[in-house]
Design a protein around this ligand. Sequence first.
Ligand code: NAP
Length: 568
Amino acid sequence: MEQQTSARGGETTPQHEVIIIGAGVGGIYQLYRLVQLGIDVTVLEGAAGLGGTWYHNRYPGCRFDSESYTYGYSFSKELLEEWHWKERFSGQPENLRYLNYVVEKFDLRKYMQFNCLVTSAKFDEAGTFWRLRLVDGREMTCRFLLTAIGLLSAPTPPRLKGMETFEGPSFHTYYWPQEPVDLAGKKVAVIGTGATGVQVIGALADMVGDLTVFQRRPNWCAPLNNGPISDAEMADIRSRYGEIFDKCARSPGGFEHEPDRRGFYEVSREERLALWDRLYGEPGFGIWLSNFREIFVDEKANAEFSEYIADRIRKRVHDPVVAEKLIPKDHGFGIQRVPMETRYYEAYNKPNVHLVDIAEAPIECITRTGIRTTEREYDFDIIVYATGFDAITGGYDRIDIEGVGGQKLRDKWQDGPITYLGMQISGFPNMVTIAGPQSGSASTNYPRGIEVGVEWVTRLLEYVWKHGYTRMEATREAEERWTDHVAQMYSTMLMRKAKGWFTGYNSNVEGHEHGRIRYFVYNGGSPKFRATITDVADHGYTGIVFDEPVVPNDEALSSVQRAHQRVS
Ligand code: NAP
């Protein structure tokens, strides 16, 4: 498409008013909102299909840890009426079907372009627009650039010698092949025991001939307690959707699970045990999020609860030596993201499942036929790397993003993200990070947080268009204040010491190894985040500066809409 002459005063305008990068949960909803407004928008997606996380992660066992009916979009009553979630924690194939269903239902596919990996984005100061370069060399321009690139979209395989020499199939879980993998009777290795590893190990144990897990550090895991959702249960859920979403909106994490408001030390040990016994048997994150709040901030409370979970592990794993290896000793329960498991611990009771402690005997290299540790050599047919992601900022670092005066975002964020409300960055005008680093949307039940973020962004853009502005940018002071505020919230939390992605740890990325905390997520909870950003909007977007309007207020939004009608 040629660049268009604008209805706003005749200057040359970019090809699109808005480009959204990413056709995952966030990109789809942002697109829906802008299409509703009649704005010229296109989505660029690097993959061959939509769905983001749910397009890529196809490994066995991949499923929601959020209750399915709290994960779906809430914006359409009709959609809520039509969709039947089949399981309380739905699996990847169904989740991808759901997102495709949404896109077809609202006729959004025509605004999406696939296999369009964006490699660079540069702000053109003179023209006040963004110039994007795609992997195939094409260039595209837009007035406003919205990144919906996800939190966990930059997978990081380990940095091990000899990986390229292995002769069998080997892949990171994010790149699990789309075509069926022949697993029957195969000798399979899994490296990594985070939320992904725990899901894939639980599933593979029943599917392969022999499974060897290479564990460097165990995680505290808890049972998912998944189950089917019958027609009658789904009818009941449908009748309560309003109530369910209200509850999610009130809770810090955007889940139905709300913290126990009683003080840990105000109740007896027996009462604590009664709560924990109940939560351990219930579905989902309750064991983490409906627990006493002291678990997150008080070493002693955390240690007592961690010991309770350790005993659960000892009861479930028959071999006491293996059980002890599966119990974390370097951190307490819940200060890293808790993997939810399905028969994970029971997998280690099977004769075909083996645990190798690579803290004791580290991996030396990958060989032609398998894995060599300092102790011995193992042969495998398949190697699976469940080694995680360059979380939160990794997706941004992989695009060469250049703002005002040639400043690179990856340089600005070298020591950690600096943002305003997790959605704007000083020096990078007209760019909005949907569910970006340091936003409240990034630390909650994802779609609940996404909807809050997208509503805010849509309102902001409407404000911009109504006023005829063409440029907006967060001030340096505003982003410094926000980043300090986000950092401050870590100070009371045990999580600040964790070797997990919430604090920016990744052993496979130079500079992201443990030891230097990066303040990635807003820990104030969903209600407080929503109240804060709403207040900013209600006060005319404090902390964001806009340029002078180019057309009178009352004509401005409709002129953008008319321009769209002419180009489409
Ligand atoms: P992760 O939590 O970062 O875990 C990576 C694992 O790989 C860790 O056990 C790590 O050990 C190990 N590892 C990394 N590099 C290694 C190396 N070079 N050698 C040996 N071991 C290595 O990553 P993840 O499991 O992919 O999970 C990331 C996030 O994705 C989760 O926290 C969650 O938010 C999301 N997720 C969500 C769902 C869901 O909602 N259902 C499911 C899966 C994942 P160390 O700890 O020693 O570094």
